[in-house]
Design a protein around this ligand. Structure first.
Ligand SMILES: [Cu+2]
Length: 381
């Protein structure tokens, strides 16, 4: 089911995309008069969140109790896309429901697929009961809203914030523990028949409610002629991509995602080299190798997750020795990241790498991509 996310990003899921496109088109037709939600409590929760290198795909908090007539607004503070959905999708193209509409516990009621940050979706709960809420593309992202008659037992904004933080911290800690364990592993190195070395970089770390979006290690030193092998052990799809950021949202038939480098060819510091969407049971498989035929520092990124900090670098020297010059540890501050990337200078080395990658992509190239991505989704297809 996590695959749906991958399929969406890779554009392989015609059915889902068509359904979502239908949601976008039909979404505007079911507006509820302002007066219908003029009264009643208004509360704010989050649909997912994250920080550089980590996406928490959970409703924050997962359980909410409100009095009948309350409007709950879910904010989308992170880059990972989600939906806020009640009920079972109908056959055909289910319409998205206008933000702020009444939900009485029956039928299909859903937001569009929203790419944060800066998006939100509100639902006014018009009837009592306990209603399951889920995200269409993240199978572990489930929760419930209990609607009660008496306001006395309902959540306050304060209790929502507190439990939302607890839920986030718990999920983030699980991801951070995995990342820490992977970061502590020595780099796997294997001497090949011709005397060069193959170094393995892992793509790893996921939970039912989140993803680690980091290469392990994010920065690797190799000698001229060596090979780097990226190996994914995750269900979630990622790419290893060198060169300019591909135009447009990745989709089926887009060579930006489908093309791989030619096996046996040696990378000489130029051109577009891409693994395709890697992962367990994904078409591009779990391994991707590149041999490095020139010295220098070469930066790469994951196409769907670069905006969540998934970048890396390979430094190639004559003898593979670690140069005295450290990798720059600048503080990248891309626009509207919700503070997730604003770690202080001296933080993880890949933050510096990210800054360089952003530089390589040109003035805000990745940002334009993100905006375009959002435009394509909300603008209909
Ligand atoms: Cu990725």
């Amino acid at each position: 089911m996590r695959r749906f996310m991958i399929m969406k990003v890779a554009g392989l899921a015609g059915t889902l995309v068509a359904a979502l496109a239908g949601m976008f088109v039909l979404g505007a037709s079911s507006l509820v008069p302002e007066i219908a939600r003029a009264d009643g409590e208004h509360l704010v929760a989050r649909a997912g969140d994250g920080q550089a290198g980590f996406a928490v795909n959970a409703f924050l908090p997962e359980q909410i109790t409100v009095a009948v007539g309350t409007t709950v607004r879910w904010d989308f503070p992170w880059w990972e896309p989600h939906t806020v959905t009640f009920g079972v999708p109908q056959v055909g193209a289910p319409p998205a429901t206008a933000s702020g509409s009444d939900y009485d516990g029956t039928g299909f009621h859903s937001s569009n697929l929203l790419f944060g940050p800066g998006e939100s979706y509100a639902v006014r709960f018009a009837a009592t009961g306990t209603f399951d809420v889920y995200c269409i593309i993240h199978p572990g992202m489930v929760g419930s809203v209990t609607v009660v008659e008496e306001p006395g037992t309902a959540d306050t904004q304060e209790s929502l914030d507190r439990r939302g933080l607890e839920d986030y911290d718990r999920e983030l800690a699980l991801l951070e523990a995995q990342a820490k364990a992977w970061a502590a592993r020595p780099i796997e190195r294997e001497v090949l028949g011709d005397g060069t070395t193959r170094h393995t970089v892992y793509i790893a770390g996921e939970t039912p409610k989140g993803d680690v979006q980091t290469f392990f290690p994010p920065f690797i030193e190799v000698a001229l002629g060596d090979t780097v092998r990226w190996r994914s052990v995750t269900v979630t799809g990622h790419t290893v991509t060198f060169g300019p950021f591909p135009e447009g949202i990745p989709r089926a038939g887009n060579p930006a995602v489908d093309n791989r480098s030619v096996p046996g060819e040696t990378y000489r510091g130029a051109g577009y080299w891409n693994s395709g969407m890697m992962g367990l049971d994904l078409p591009s498989g779990t391994n991707f190798e590149m041999q490095f035929g020139t010295t220098g520092s070469f930066y790469y990124y994951c196409i769907p997750h670069v905006d969540q900090g998934m970048t890396g670098a390979v430094r190639v020297t004559e003898d593979g020795a670690v140069p005295s010059t450290p990798i720059p540890a600048a503080t990248p501050l891309p626009p509207a990241t919700g503070g997730g990337l604003s770690e202080p200078a001296g933080g993880p080395a890949w933050l510096g790498v990210l800054a360089v990658v952003i530089g390589l992509m040109g003035a805000g190239g990745w940002w334009r991509w993100a905006v375009r991505q959002r435009g394509r989704v909300t603008g209909g297809r």
